[in-house]
Ligand binder design. Structure first.
Ligand SMILES: [Zn+2]
Length: 409
């Protein structure tokens, strides 16, 4: 684990630490048995006085973090619906796509390329996780296994030519060698091509207290200001922005190699960021204070329920839930098990907090009084499953956004 000495984007040496979440295990390093030895690594954030990027102070070895990634996109129904919309939005901003191909970087199981394949467009995926690449290929999505950067971009150009469209969802903030990555994107894109980047938006994190989106994989927390600072260095320009329907607060940035007519929404985002002081250090120091209070509040709720003898289970063993559980110290004193629909996670234990993950069927056999919705950005989808599949009539704890809430389903 390396501590950075300068800003990841502009290389300013005066970055300032404002939030420390303590030592935590890697969020996706689930355990086969609860007694397994595991490593803990520092998790803290700094702010850059020049480009104002909010960023992790430490960088983990990407090979250790990503090579056996268990999260599979297609397990979420919301993601599948988003994939179809995403396809339509891209098509509406692209001419002559039939003559070129679509490249997805960090394509996971290929869910987002499938709508293009169904409509007879040529596609190519790239992903570093071997087990997931194998699954994608089986599903008929041509996918290269590797870490994207300038070198891989050159190989792709040699074999397939430049891409008409490149998209990368929720990957840019995870890249340690971000300059090499952006150079690769620029190289690989046709001159009149379209680049689409979806990233978790720091404004949403800031306003709704999404401190659970801070984990070792997530190195950069972008605002429009900081992402423009990065892209402009490489002659890439944001011309349109949209809100993503998933990930609890992501933005989709539409980018071209030339400064084309910018949609008014881009300027309005710049103004809003200024207005709410999103790019200032004092704002982020307030954010950290609020996160500490949130932890107190959540633990009080759980302690009170515990005293009343209530049975609580969790739902959704996502990477985000790992930060929340570890930061707050929520273990089997409070929660007996966690339900997750992803069969690859079932039978494993959560990192650091050692909660058993099992299928929703197994977990709901416990007849809980409360379901703690850890994947709270999928609350509607989960409460729907609880009602329809399990006739659940108990309550749910929704930890975020902002203050924790208890709702009836
Ligand atoms: Zn900077």
């Amino acid at each position: 684990m390396k501590r950075i000495t300068e800003c990841r984007i502009c290389r300013n040496k005066g970055i300032k630490e404002f939030f420390n979440l303590g030592d935590q295990p890697f969020a996706n390093s689930l355990l086969k048995n609860p007694d397994e030895k595991e490593n803990f690594y520092p998790l803290s954030l700094s702010w850059c006085p020049d480009c104002n990027l909010v960023q992790l102070n430490h960088t983990a070895d990407p090979k250790e973090l990503f090579s056996d990634y268990v999260w599979v996109t297609a397990t979420s129904k919301t993601a599948k619906e988003h994939a179809v919309n995403f396809y339509k939005e891209i098509l509406s901003r692209t001419k002559d796509l039939k003559r070129g191909y679509v490249l997805e970087v960090a394509s996971n199981d290929g869910t987002f390329l499938i709508p293009f394949i169904k409509n007879n467009y040529k596609v190519l995926g790239v992903d570093p996780a071997k087990n997931i690449v194998d699954m994608a290929i089986k599903e008929g999505v041509p996918t290269i296994c590797g870490f994207f950067g300038e070198e891989l971009a050159m190989e792709i150009i040699k074999e397939h030519g430049h891409a008409k469209v490149i998209f990368a969802r929720n990957v840019l903030p995870h890249v340690a060698n971000i300059h090499d990555f952006v150079k690769g994107l620029r190289e690989c894109l046709e001159d009149d091509g379209l680049l689409v980047l979806e990233v978790h938006y720091a404004k949403k994190i800031f306003e709704e207290l999404h401190y659970d989106s801070i984990y070792h994989e997530h190195l950069c927390y972008f605002t429009l200001k900081s992402i423009e600072k990065l892209l402009n260095q490489y002659g890439l320009f944001v011309f349109d922005i949209e809100k993503s329907p998933i990930s609890g607060g992501s933005l989709i940035f539409y980018i071209r190699k030339k400064k084309t007519e910018e949609k008014p929404i881009v300027q309005s985002y710049r103004e809003i960021e200024k207005e709410i002081k999103l790019n200032e250090l004092s704002s982020w120091e307030d954010f950290a204070k609020k996160a500490y209070s949130h932890r107190e509040e959540l633990l009080k709720i759980l302690n009170d329920l515990k005293k009343e003898g209530k049975a609580i289970v969790g739902y959704g063993a996502s990477a985000r839930s790992s930060t929340l559980l570890n930061f707050c110290g929520i273990d089997n004193k409070f929660i007996s098990m966690i339900a997750d629909q992803n069969p690859l996670k079932q039978g494993f234990y959560t990192a650091g907090t050692h909660l058993l993950i099992d299928s929703p069927e197994k977990v709901m056999e416990k007849k809980p009084d409360y379901v703690f919705i850890l994947a709270w950005n999928f609350t509607d989808e989960i409460t729907d499953i609880l009602k329809k599949r399990f006739n659940y009539t108990g309550k749910c704890i929704i930890p975020l956004p902002n203050s924790p809430k208890i709702i009836s389903v």
